[in-house]
Write a protein that binds this ligand. Structure first.
Ligand SMILES: Cc1ncc(COP(=O)(O)O)c(C=O)c1O
Length: 379
């Protein structure tokens, strides 16, 4: 079988929407309301309604959404925020730029999300909040996280940058904590034509502060009441996002179908593990991840088979070159370190064909059968 399977296929997603997207962008050109115009307001309203939250504040990236949410939550220099070492580094950058100190808590080795059982031991008098990441789209185990937060008077900021449309006990990610940050980076399940993001919350006061922060702290014309910035989402991105939001549910369902096929067909592959899905959560399968002790060899094997795969993330936060000068390198987090050595993302995009999934599974099983002796990943 002569295959070339990409990890993501933006052509397949965007081409069928071409005329609808162009009409939405043309509308922005016609309106000429390029800054916080009707397209932004419409998207904010639609996305908030979709998630079941009161407020959505659209900004220009997920990193900015995290940073602004932390600032609006009142983070002060030296305040500590509990988070995971196994995430995109932007999660930690946001805490640091907001003046806080990330305190890392290892992940559950099976779900790869922050381990709620390890939170208590990381608390200190300076802890102000918890920042769980819904990694690969699977919500972190929010009940015990919220319980720890409540009994210690902490806020919870969800990093929902990968979790558009995921649910936990039937509620959407983003509607579970004090606030949540989303990224609409082009390859996300809901992706823009460039950088974009949003903060969502049920809290009216927090939402007012966020709207001020997003636009120079300006409460009236040239009347600046707090130190803000310019973090506004532009109208073209908002118009596109509204078009794509209408397809999100259907596209997430297609990803879930693909994920079920992978889980079923790969369940007996020697030495291979899929990420455990907790019964409370329903992932949007932003990524479908397998783990194997010979991950790098598997990736190379799949390349030769014409199947693109990806590693998210090859190095946990505390081992990044930037960790030392920032003082993040204290401690070891064995589950995160093992995950960084073993995870591999497979194509899971909605348009993937059944025959392609079969080919990918057959190739992986062929690899696993010939590498069944590998039990410990390389340090
Ligand atoms: C978990 C996580 N946090 C934060 C971000 C940052 O979002 P952005 O790239 O929109 O700044 C991303 C984006 O990749 C992410 O996946």
């Amino acid at each position: 079988m002569d295959q070339k399977i990409p990890i993501i296929n933006l052509n397949a997603e965007l081409d069928p929407l071409d005329s609808e997207i162009k009409a939405a962008l043309q509308q922005v050109l016609d309106d000429k309301k390029f800054i916080l115009g009707p397209a932004v307001q419409r998207f904010e309203k639609d996305f908030a309604a979709y998630l079941g939250v009161r407020h959505c504040i659209a900004v220009h990236s997920g990193t900015t959404a995290l940073w602004m949410a932390l600032t609006a939550l009142g983070l002060e220099p030296g305040d500590e925020v509990l988070t995971t070492p196994f995430t995109f580094f932007g999660t930690l950058e946001a805490i640091l730029w907001a003046g806080g100190k990330p305190v890392l808590v290892d992940i559950d080795p099976e779900t790869l999300n922050i381990d709620p059982q390890k939170l208590e031991a990381a608390l200190s008098p300076k802890t102000r909040g918890i920042l769980p990441v819904h990694l690969y789209g699977q919500p972190a185990d929010m009940d015990p996280i919220m319980k720890t937060a409540k009994s210690n008077n902490l806020w919870v900021l969800e990093d929902a940058c990968q979790a558009h449309g995921s649910t936990y006990r039937g509620r959407r990610a983003g509607a579970l904590g004090s606030a949540a940050a989303f990224s609409f980076y082009p390859t996300k399940n809901l992706g823009a034509l460039g950088d974009a993001g949003a903060i969502v919350t049920q809290d009216d006061d927090l939402a007012s502060r966020l709207r001020l922060l997003r636009s120079h702290g300006e409460a009236g014309h040239y009347h600046h009441v707090l130190l803000g910035t310019n973090a506004r989402l532009d109208s073209f991105q908002a118009a596109l996002l509204s078009v794509k939001l209408r397809r999100l549910e259907q596209r997430n369902e297609a990803r879930r179908r693909n994920a079920r096929k992978y889980a079923e067909r790969l369940k007996n592959a020697p030495g291979l593990r899929c990420v455990r899905q907790i019964p409370e959560a329903q992932s949007n399968y932003h990524q479908f991840i397998v783990q194997h002790a010979g991950r790098d060899a598997l990736k190379e094997f799949m390349d030769k088979k014409g199947v693109a795969t990806a590693v998210h993330y090859p190095c946990p936060a505390h081992q990044q070159p930037v960790a030392k000068p920032l003082g993040l390198d204290g401690g070891s987090f064995p589950a995160a370190e093992k995950a960084a050595r073993e995870v591999l993302a497979l194509p899971v995009f909605p348009e993937l064909q059944d025959s392609q999934i079969q080919y990918i599974c057959d190739s992986i099983i062929e690899f696993c059968n010939s590498h069944s002796g590998i039990e410990v990943s390389q340090e």
